[in-house]
Every structure is written in C-alpha cells, then in structure tokens.
Design a protein around this ligand. Structure first.
Ligand code: FPP
Length: 237
C-alpha cells in the first residue's frame, strides 16, 4: 500500500473496549484484552508504513475513577503487555516511552515500564509512547508551574517564552506534534488528550470500536489523511 502523504506522528484514542465486551455479554476486561490485540496489529502496520511516532491513550488521569477491579485489571494488563512484548520491541528496535503522571501507577507495572523504557532508549525505528495516567490539562498546568519556577530562578526570561520553549516543559518534550489523531468508537471529543499538541492535527473519527480496529481500518484512516490539505492557518496559494 502506497500513500502520497503519511503522518509522521500518529496519535490514537483507543476507545470502545467496554462497549465491544458488553455487546458480547462479556466482562469489560475482555474488551481491553482484545484491545491489546488491536494495538499489536496497529504497531506492526505503523512499522510497515514507516510512521515514526505512535502515541496511544492507554489510561487517562480520569480513568482512576473507574471501579477498582477494572483499574486493577488494566494495570495487570499493562504489566503483562510490557513483559510479553519487550522482546518484540527490542527485536524491532522500537523505543518505548510514556507520557503522564506515572507516580500513581502500581510499583510492579511502573517498574516494568521504566525498565522497558530504559532497555529500548537507544532505538529509533518507531517511537511508541503510551499515555498513562495522562491528562492534558494537568500536563499544561505542570508546564506552566515549571516555567514560572524557572522564571523566578532567573533560568529563563519572559521574552524567551515561545512555543518551542513551552513545549520543552510538556511530557512530550522532544517529540513532534501529532499529524493525525484517530478516535475510535463514534465518540467525537478529545477527552483531555494532547490539547496543546493537536493545534494543527488532522482529526479522524470512526465508529469502529477499538477491539475491531485492525489494519484495514488504519488504511482507511490513512487514505482519508492523504486527501487532507494542511494549511496550518495559511492559504494554499
Ligand atoms: C477505552 O475503552 C479504553 C481504555 C480506557 C483503555 C485502553 C486500553 C487498551 C487498549 C488496552 C490496554 C493497553 C495497554 C498498553 C495496557 P473504554 O473502556 O472507555 O470503552 P467504552 O467507552 O466502550 O466503555
């Protein structure tokens, strides 16, 4: 499959796992398990199409309010996912990173995450970033507070504050902004995801539930992206 324009950075809000499970009379966790299969398939396809950055919303700062049993299962899945997939990441030279306030993540899963991030830190065939315990408002407020602290200490001057400098205080420091954002499951909102970074991102909504989202659905989304004319606020002449 050849595309004229490809996103360099693809971000995905993987939504609809719960509804997928409910439709089948299954417990929500089965939706998340199937969602991991979609994630693996999409990582493979993204590698094939040489998309450099893939950022996926795996757990929001608001998701902590879900029933304890679901939170526990998601954390266990995270731990298992990392342990099982680490050799695949290493073999394929994928760098695993994360964005979010991971202090809340249980010790075992956090250790697996930090260990995998460290063991893959020199790779660059794909930058795979998991948004975990992530909330964009919190990220921006945190960046504002760090900027204010550095101003107070004289490390920066107010005239230095521009997009580049401010971006360096975000969790996504060093990463390009997403070119395309996909949200599955028919919901049409951003849900506190990368609010600063998606200023000029092309957004694609699909009704497909995340556990059903596979390579053909990614191709459809990329074909849609291919047709978009990105003007970044300018005219195209
Ligand atoms: C949204 O579906 C999905 C999540 C909150 C979790 C996303 C997690 C995965 C795809 C699997 C876990 C991934 C890792 C790396 C551990 P939902 O539960 O909100 O679905 P609903 O809106 O239908 O209820």
């Amino acid at each position: 499959m050849n595309f004229k324009n490809m996103p360099n950075h693809l971000a995905i809000i993987m939504d609809g796992n719960g509804r997928w499970a409910k439709k089948r009379g299954l417990d929500r966790i089965h939706g998340h398990i199937e969602g991991i299969k979609s994630l693996k398939t999409i990582i493979k396809a993204v590698m094939e199409y040489k998309i450099k950055y893939l950022t996926v919303y795996a757990f929001s700062s608001e998701n902590w309010q879900r029933p304890e049993s679901e939170v526990d299962s998601l954390m266990t899945l995270l731990d298992e996912y990392i342990r099982i997939e680490l050799s695949y990441l290493i073999e394929n030279k994928i760098r695993l990173g994360f964005i979010g306030n991971i202090v809340k993540i249980p010790e075992k899963s956090k250790k697996a995450l930090l260990d995998a991030a460290d063991r893959t830190k020199d790779f660059d065939s794909l930058f795979l970033t998991l948004a975990l315990s992530y909330g964009s408002k919190e990220e921006i407020l945190n960046a504002v507070s760090k900027t204010a602290e550095d101003l107070k200490q004289g490390k920066i001057a107010s005239a230095d504050i521009n997009d580049n400098l401010f971006s360096s205080y975000l969790y996504t420091s060093g990463m390009p902004d997403p070119d395309m954002l996909i949200r599955t499951s028919g919901e049409r909102r951003i849900s506190n995801f990368m609010l600063y970074q998606i200023a000029y991102t092309e957004i694609y909504f699909t009704k497909t539930l995340w556990p059903d989202f596979r390579k053909k659905d990614l191709i459809r989304a990329l074909q849609d992206y291919e047709k978009r004319i990105r003007r970044f606020g300018k005219t195209d002449i």
